[in-house]
Design a protein around this ligand. Sequence first.
Ligand code: ATP
Ligand code: MG
Length: 384
Amino acid sequence: MEKVIIIRYSEMHLKGKNRGWFERVFSVNMEKSLKGMRHEIRRYSGRYLVENFDENQTEKIFAALKKVFGIHSYSVGLKTPADLDSIFAAANAVCDKSGTFKVESHRADKTFPLNSMQISAHIGGRLLDSNPQLKVDVHDPQFVINVDIRENGTALVFNKFFKGAGGMPVGTSGKGLLLISGGIDSPVAGHMIAKRGMEIDCIHFHSYPYTNMQAREKVEELAEKLSAYTCGTKLNIVSVTHIQEEIHKKCNGDYMVTLLRRFMMRIAERVALKSGAQCLITGESLAQVASQTIEGMTSSNSVVQKLPVLRPLCGFDKDEIIERSRDIGTYETSIEPYEDCCTVFLPKHPVTRPKMSDVLAEEEKLDVEKLIEEALSTLEVIKI
Ligand code: ATP
Ligand code: MG
């Protein structure tokens, strides 16, 4: 018998005709996540098996698989020939030596001489004979021994299910461009959309030298952490220093954040269209801070012409977002204290419910197109 990791996938079975394509994307993503670790991934009707791996790396492999969207659950188990003696030997090997248990069997190969109930009874009986400290409890057992007879003359035997990341394989729902700020929220927003199968590119705006290099490195680190879930990402970096200076010089300072957001959205849309991204994603959450009012969103939304803007965190409280950020491992980086460009030239009384006519009047004072072109000329792209 051989130690294997059994991978079950989530919603892919819903996708009828596209199933083959979904599965290919899924298996490429698993390969990417296990890069550098010895393994072979094999497809078994309705499952994948990781075989031939280094047992010392089991934890590392688990940690990587935990981040692959599309995995519903996984188990470590034993693969054996599908005959009763081999199955019993495997069951005995994965079985605790005391406590209450039951055996659950599943028979994909209907030509196997015993049915599921009979397999469970047979294996359960032999486990009891060999382990006097064991007791059967079919209603509330302490552990379950699972026997899964596959079609190809093999059986899988395991005793635990671990929950996978769920969702859909990244790359099966198009591509989006995430506005990533260095704060807590935007990486969480990117993670949520990636979970639905979307490939994620990132764009970050800085106002160097008003913001420092550490702020930028922090964003690179966040993009890298996110990329473990998104199977890699591209980080676009654009300077908005000159835009902010111009707003500061020419406009009512209370509109700094409102106007800057409109520039960010316009620039992001152009970068998205050029790189094939089909939507913008932000970490905004309704009413979380003064600038995230519905009026503020209306103002920044109205400059985006062709693409939808996804705001997956809109309905979340801050503590819910923080919890997710801890879960996905971005929190510690997000709370490093480097300034975001939105805090540069921050007015004492920023407008919180901007009126469109006032916003447009302030924006009239700027050469919007020229400022966008200038900002785009600072674009750097880092592949992560
Ligand atoms: P975050 O925690 O993501 O910074 P936040 O609650 O601080 O969010 P804001 O600073 O108001 O909220 O920003 C709202 C959203 O605008 C961010 O989630 C992000 O998507 C985008 N954004 C803000 N600043 C930047 C930036 N410097 N570069 C790219 N996107 C940004
Ligand atoms: Mg922020």
